[in-house]
Design a protein around this ligand. Structure first.
Ligand SMILES: Cc1cc2nc3c(=O)[nH]c(=O)nc-3n(C[C@H](O)[C@H](O)[C@H](O)COP(=O)(O)OP(=O)(O)OC[C@H]3O[C@@H](n4cnc5c(N)ncnc54)[C@H](O)[C@@H]3O)c2cc1C
Ligand code: SF4
Length: 489
């Protein structure tokens, strides 16, 4: 380990970010690199606790604790402390195909499980991960490494999000011919169209895709697999098929006035904004400019809508959440090393406070009806406050707490209800009662011979890190299925 007393000597150095007000005037990434001396101090805070819960990646009470990729965190912290950046990079790449994504967008369940975090702020693991991989790209250490031999086996991956990409990367490394089919016009899944540019610049997605293409992975865009190419044809042309099609069936808010114009689902709204940045010199075609915006959904997707609407120039923003405000500190019901369910200011909330003067979140609020004018245009929302019985998962409306919010744009970010229906019909795969593809964890096999499933399509809407982990594990199973042995990790 780096420094045995580091965790007692040094404080956590928070991730560096751009000024919250200024950064809303552009779409560039909001995070900044940490200087090397700060990173050395961060790495020195790792106490090499012996049982690194940060690396374990287990599920506790349906939440992720520790890194699902089992990243070798104490090992790379030690290498960074010693200034051995190339060694740190090699250690990081052993378990994570795409640290440039996780280092930017991961909510870092590793930090919640860090042993230092029992009594002090956790080691800044995510900042260190980001700097290790950025160093790798900057110094030219990341270059195409095609496999030395090919097996002759052919695999079709359907969907190019982090799960599909990680699966493709691993199977290509094992020497198989891999083709990734994507129905959208760009590769990357939600990394490309979903997660906003200020969190993850799209150049880093294309850089990785180009690298994989140079290593031999074939990418085909604009193909809705199962429709444009039927499953029977895919089965004939490929030895195995992996469904990594995501969980994009959006939850709707089916209440009075839902047909008003001005109500949009979050992901198409975010996608349009990203597309406009990539193709339209930033001119926003579905814009919140000058509008009173209400976002229904208190989660991360809702927060991304806040940040996007701010940059488009919304005149007011409210973000509605069904749940109550989280406590400042862990409660006894949420002990270490569980993921800490505590109050946090996401990047978008900090920005909203800086630009509009207030945190946009409204808690324990339910929308009961949309109001529209005689032309069918949205004018506002009727709401009521609710009581949340956490134990029984029940919400009860509180009479007398009705309110009206003026709005000319509503963004629905109320979560996802699993995989889209076409996947089950077109690929004949069984579904779980969560509307995901039925394929057991650890095996990833569906009811159809030679058809596997991974990522959000199997697991339900989750995280980039979970999707990468699923893609890697599924690749191992596919390799074993095809070769009767596997050397993939
Ligand atoms: C707005 C938003 C923001 C998020 N922010 C974060 C974040 O900051 N951090 C984080 O860790 N997680 C975040 N997530 C969650 C994370 O992005 C997902 O868990 C992850 O991308 C899932 O990866 P995946 O590969 O399983 O699926 P996806 O990324 O959804 O990719 C699936 C791909 O399959 C394609 N596809 C579907 N059907 C077909 C077909 N028939 N033929 C061809 N292609 C098909 C889709 O077009 C899509 O490109 C966010 C999610 C959303 C919606
Ligand atoms: S991928 Fe996420 S959980 Fe794993 S080390 Fe990086 S920030 Fe932590």
């Amino acid at each position: 380990m780096g420094k045995s007393t580091g965790f007692m000597e040094y404080d956590r150095i928070p991730a560096r970010v751009r000024d919250p007000k200024k950064r809303t005037r552009d779409w560039n990434e909001y995070s900044l690199p940490l200087p090397e001396k700060d990173l050395t101090i961060q790495a020195a805070r790792c106490m090499d606790c012996g049982v690194p819960f940060c690396s374990v990646g287990m599920e506790i009470k349906n939440g992720v604790s520790g890194c699902p990729l089992n990243n070798l965190i104490p090992e790379w912290n030690d290498a960074v402390y010693r200034g051995e950046w190339e060694e740190a990079l090699q250690l990081l790449l052993k378990t994570n195909n795409f640290p440039e994504f996780t280092g930017r967008v991961c909510p870092a369940p590793c930090e919640g499980a860090c042993t230092v975090a029992i009594s002090e702020p956790a080691v800044g693991i995510k900042s260190i991960e980001k700097e290790i991989i950025d160093y790798g790209f900057r110094s030219g250490l990341i270059k195409p490494e095609p496999p030395l031999k090919r097996t002759g086996k052919r695999i079709a991956i359907i969907g190019s999000g982090p799960a599909g990409l990680a699966c493709a990367d691993q199977l290509n490394k094992a020497g198989h011919y891999v083709t990734v089919f994507e129905k959208s016009d760009r590769i990357g899944g939600l990394l490309m169209y979903g997660i906003p540019t200020m969190k993850l610049e799209k150049e880093s997605v294309t850089r990785r895709v180009n690298l994989m293409a140079a290593e031999g992975v074939e990418f085909v865009t604009g193909v809705n697999a199962g429709v444009d190419i039927k499953m029977a044809d895919l089965k004939q042309d490929f030895d195995a098929i992996v469904l990594a099609t995501g969980a994009s069936k959006a939850r709707d808010v089916n209440i009075e006035g839902r047909d008003a114009t001005g109500i949009h689902f979050a992901v198409p709204y975010l996608t349009q904004s990203i597309k406009d940045n990539l193709e339209n010199e930033g001119k926003q075609t579905l814009s919140a400019k000058g509008k009173k915006v209400v976002i229904i959904g208190g989660g991360d997707t809702g927060a991304d809508c806040v940040a996007t609407a701010l940059r488009q120039g919304a005149s007011s923003i409210h973000q509605f959440g069904h749940r109550g405000k989280l406590p400042e500190l862990r409660t006894n019901q949420n002990p270490w090393p569980e993921y800490p369910h505590i109050f946090q200011m996401d990047y978008a909330h900090v920005e909203a406070e800086a630009v509009l003067g207030a945190d946009p979140r409204e808690y324990l609020i339910s929308t009961v009806a949309f109001e529209k004018d005689q032309d069918g245009r949205l004018t506002g929302l009727h709401t009521i406050q609710v009581d949340h019985d956490i134990e029984n998962h029940k919400y009860t409306e509180i009479p007398g707490t009705e309110r009206f919010f003026e709005a000319d744009m509503v963004l629905i970010a109320a979560g996802f209800a699993g995989a889209t229906d076409d996947i089950f019909t077109n690929f004949n795969v069984a579904k779980t009662n969560r509307h995901t593809i039925d394929a057991a964890k650890g095996f990833y096999r569906t009811n159809e011979e030679a058809v596997f499933a991974c990522g959000d399509a199997r697991y339900g809407q989750s995280l980039v890190v979970t999707a990468i982990a699923e893609g890697r594990e599924a690749a191992r199973e596919v390799d074993f299925y095809l070769m009767d042995e596997t050397f993939l990790p």
